[in-house]
Design a protein around this ligand. Structure first.
Ligand code: GSH
Length: 351
């Protein structure tokens, strides 16, 4: 090997760790640091633009887009989308907490025969969610779509928002009825009441107001709170969101101190809403979204609540840690550019 003498001299005299500091007047958190540029080449390090740039505020917050389709399936046979077994189909990802709440509603309300399901590949590519054969996911038997984007395009040509799961598809109309899991769970409960089997009452009338308030709180601080922490692009924004997640988890832990479920002995939608986030917490939100002050396993009551719900018949089938981990770690490349999926944690939920 030959050594370039001139280069060697340059390297030995070059300032190694001298940094130019810019933007220091904007510090808001004790951990906020000014952007450091290289003294030698003058380049600033690449800054994260946010995982979903259209949903990122200038101040670094993740501002989730609104669900695009909010039509209703109705029990009224004369409605535009009347409830009927076999007519509607759910497209979803087993990785997604929102979609899995809709799947749990379908399964636990005994609607599996009335409403079909197709699971997408957990790893999105540049065309978004795709239908492919693989472990726990398949091609689309209903429309033969290669990508979920085709369902959006068929419903609203030129749709340019983010294509999300879950999607409730009307086979007769050939379009999406609704892509909001809140609406879908409610429709399964109300519009499909005649087809429901089993005891599950997700929305007991006597709890209505109190439950709506609790579910709203869980949505804001926990379900979406982990995303606001994980997708934050500014230190102070992240800290605020992550602290909010733990404050809310502390509250749920205290609430569960003297009761089995959030409202006592009955399992309602709020419990499943919480479950969809707690089941993903230790495998992905703790590491990938940096919500790491504690794990759910460190909260005795939340851990017990999670394990209790996991044992309910049909629930474990909706939980696929492989899909969950590969989706988050491999498709959020602004957060995890190497796409390496961690080996842990060891989730023992069955005992
Ligand atoms: N409907 C949900 C959001 C659904 C959602 O964001 N789903 C995610 C998966 S967890 C998705 O499909 N993301 C598409 C993507 O990452 O491009 C809500 O607004 O509350």
């Amino acid at each position: 090997m030959t050594v370039d003498g001139e280069l060697l001299t340059k390297l030995s005299t070059a300032p190694r760790i001298r940094l130019r500091l810019v933007g220091s007047s904007e510090l808001k958190s004790e951990w906020d640091h000014p952007v450091a540029g290289c003294m030698v080449c003058g380049k600033l390090p690449a800054m994260s633009q946010g995982q979903f740039p259209n949903e990122q505020s200038e101040s670094g917050e993740f501002d989730r887009q609104e669900d695009a389709f909010r039509d209703n399936v109705s029990a009224d046979p004369a409605a535009a989308h009347p409830a009927a077994p076999g007519r509607y189909h759910l497209y979803l990802s087993l990785a997604c907490p929102w979609a899995c709440r809709a799947l749990l509603a379908r399964n636990l309300m005994g609607l599996a025969e009335a409403i079909g399901v197709t699971v997408v590949d957990p790893v999105r590519d540049e065309k978004g969610w795709a239908f492919r054969d693989g472990h726990g996911h398949t091609t689309d038997p209903v429309n033969g779509f290669a990508h979920l984007a085709e369902a959006y395009e068929a419903t609203l040509p030129g749709y340019d928002g983010r294509v999300t799961v879950p999607v409730l598809w009307d086979k007769e109309k050939g379009k999406i009825v609704n892509n909001s899991e809140d609406d879908i769970c409610r429709m399964f409960h109300d519009a499909f009441a005649d087809y429901r089997r089993g005891e599950a009452d997700w929305f007991p009338a006597d709890l209505a107001g109190e439950q709506e308030e609790l579910s709203g709180f869980i949505y804001e601080t926990i379900n979406n709170g982990v995303y606001r922490a994980g997708f934050a692009t500014k230190q102070a924004v992240y800290e605020k969101a992550a602290a909010g997640v733990f404050k809310a988890l502390d509250e749920m832990e205290a609430r569960l101190q003297d009761r089995r479920y959030l409202f006592g002995d009955r399992v309602v939608e709020s419990d499943w809403r919480l479950f969809c986030t707690t089941i993903r917490f230790d495998p992905v939100y703790h590491g990938h979204f940096k919500c790491n002050r504690k794990r759910i396993a460190d909260y005795p009551n939340l851990w017990r609540h999670l394990k209790d719900l996991y044992q309910w018949p049909g629930v474990a089938d909706t939980v696929d840690f492989d899909h969950i981990k590969r989706h988050y770690y491999m498709t959020h490349d602004e957060i995890n550019p190497t796409r390496i999926v961690p080996i842990g944690p060891d989730m023992r939920l069955a005992d």
